[in-house]
Design a protein. Structure first.
Length: 364
C-alpha cells in the first residue's frame, strides 16, 4: 500500500493513463503529418474494402499489397461481386500475395456477407469473428478502422510499440500475452480523451467537425478529399500500428524521429534486449512443401492465363481449358512423392482440380 492506502496497482494504472494521455497528443499530430496515403484509408473505401485490405496485409509487405488491392477492388468492389467470381479467377487475382487459401476464405466470407447480411459487413465483434477466415485481429481492425468503434487492435507492431513505450521491455513475438492485451486496453483512449489533441493538430489542415483533410494540403496532391479519423481510439490504433511499421521497427528503431521518445521507457532504459525474439527454429523455404505448392499453383495460373488469352483471340486448345498435363506437372519437382503429397493437399484445400486424365487446373 502507498500514499495513504492507495493500492500499488491503482497507482500504476494512473501513471499509465497520464503517460498515455501525453502519448496520444503527440501521436495524433505525428499521424496527421506522416500517415502513409494507402488507398483504403481516410474514408476512401467501404467497410468491405477495409476487410479486404486487412486480409491481404497479413504477413505481406504493404508495398506489395497496394496494387493487388486496387486491382481486386476494381473487379470485385463488394462482397456480392466476389461471391459470384469463379475460384480460378480468385486464385489468379490473388497472384503472388502468398498463402492463397486466404483468397478462398475471403470468398467464403463474401458469400456469407452477401447472402446473410444483404451485402453489408456486420457491425459487431461477435458477427465478424463468426465469418469464415476472420479472427480477433481482423474483426477488431474492421470495427476500429471501418466503423470507428472503440476497441483495442492488437498486432505485432502495436504490441512492440506499447511494450517498449509503457513497459520498457521488448515484445518477443508469439501469441499476445495477457499483460500485452491488458496494456492495450488500459492505454486505449476513451472517447473525449485526447480529442483536443486531434482537434488542435488539425486546425492547419482540417475541418474540425468533419475531420476532412485534402491531399493538396498534406502531400502536395491535386485536392482529392481525405477523411481523417477524429475519434481518439481510431487515431490511436492506426497511428501506433503505423509507428511500429515505419519508425519503431523490430531491429532498427529510429528513436530520434519518434514522437513518443519523451514517454518511452525502453529508450530511457537504453533499449535493453533490442530485437530479441522467442527462441524458435529458423524456418527454411527451400525444399519445403510450401515451396512445392507455390510452384504448382504458379504453373496452373500461367496455364489459366494462356487459356484466357486463347478464348479472347478466338482460338481454344483441345482438352480442359487451362489444364496442365501430368507429364508437365512431373517436370516441376524431382521428388514425385513430395509432389503428389502437395497436389493432394492443394486439392484438399480447394486450390486445384484433379481431372480424370491426371492433368490439373485451377478450380472453375
Amino acid at each position: 500500500m502507498h500514499n495513504g492506502g492507495v493500492p500499488e496497482e491503482i497507482e500504476r494504472e494512473e501513471r499509465l493513463h497520464v503517460s498515455a494521455t501525453a502519448a496520444c497528443r503527440h501521436l495524433a499530430a505525428w499521424w496527421e503529418l506522416n500517415a502513409r496515403d494507402l488507398p483504403w484509408r481516410f474514408g476512401r473505401t467501404t467497410p468491405w474494402g477495409v476487410m479486404v485490405s486487412e486480409v491481404m496485409s497479413q504477413q505481406t509487405q504493404m508495398s506489395r499489397v497496394v496494387p493487388y488491392w486496387e486491382s481486386w477492388m476494381a473487379v470485385w468492389p463488394d462482397a456480392a461481386a466476389l461471391a459470384e467470381a469463379s475460384t480460378a479467377e480468385v486464385i489468379t487475382a490473388w497472384g503472388r500475395l502468398g498463402y492463397p487459401r486466404r483468397a478462398l476464405r475471403l470468398q467464403e466470407c463474401a458469400r456469407v456477407v452477401a447472402e446473410e447480411y444483404a451485402n453489408e459487413l456486420p457491425h459487431t465483434y461477435e458477427e465478424l469473428v463468426a465469418l469464415p477466415g476472420v479472427g480477433d485481429y481482423t474483426a477488431s481492425a474492421v470495427l476500429s478502422f471501418a466503423f470507428g468503434e472503440r476497441v483495442a487492435v492488437i498486432d505485432t507492431n502495436i504490441r512492440r510499440v506499447l511494450s517498449r513505450v509503457f513497459l520498457g521491455v521488448e515484445s518477443r513475438g508469439g501469441a499476445a500475452s495477457r499483460t500485452e492485451r491488458e496494456l492495450a486496453w488500459c492505454v486505449l483512449p476513451e472517447e473525449g480523451r485526447g480529442q483536443e489533441a486531434s482537434d488542435s493538430s488539425s486546425d492547419a489542415h482540417a475541418d474540425a467537425n468533419a475531420g476532412i483533410v485534402r491531399d493538396a494540403d498534406l502531400h502536395g496532391g491535386a485536392g482529392k478529399v481525405r477523411h481523417m479519423p477524429h475519434r481518439p481510439s481510431v487515431i490511436w490504433n492506426q497511428a501506433v500500428m503505423e509507428l511500429g511499421a515505419t519508425v519503431c521497427t523490430a531491429k532498427a528503431p529510429q528513436c530520434g524521429d519518434c514522437p513518443l521518445r519523451g514517454e518511452c521507457a525502453f529508450l530511457a532504459a537504453g533499449l535493453p534486449g533490442l530485437g530479441e525474439r522467442r527462441t524458435r527454429p529458423r524456418q527454411r523455404f527451400q525444399g519445403t512443401d510450401r515451396q512445392v505448392r507455390g510452384i504448382i499453383l504458379n504453373a496452373l495460373r500461367q496455364a489459366a492465363a494462356q487459356a484466357a488469352r486463347g478464348v479472347a483471340d478466338g482460338r481454344l486448345e483441345t482438352g480442359a481449358p487451362g489444364a496442365v498435363p501430368r507429364s508437365q506437372i512431373e517436370q516441376l519437382w524431382p521428388d514425385h512423392v513430395q509432389l503428389d503429397a502437395c497436389i493432394a493437399s492443394l486439392d484438399e484445400d480447394g486450390l486445384l482440380d484433379m481431372l480424370p486424365d491426371g492433368s490439373l487446373r485451377l478450380p472453375q
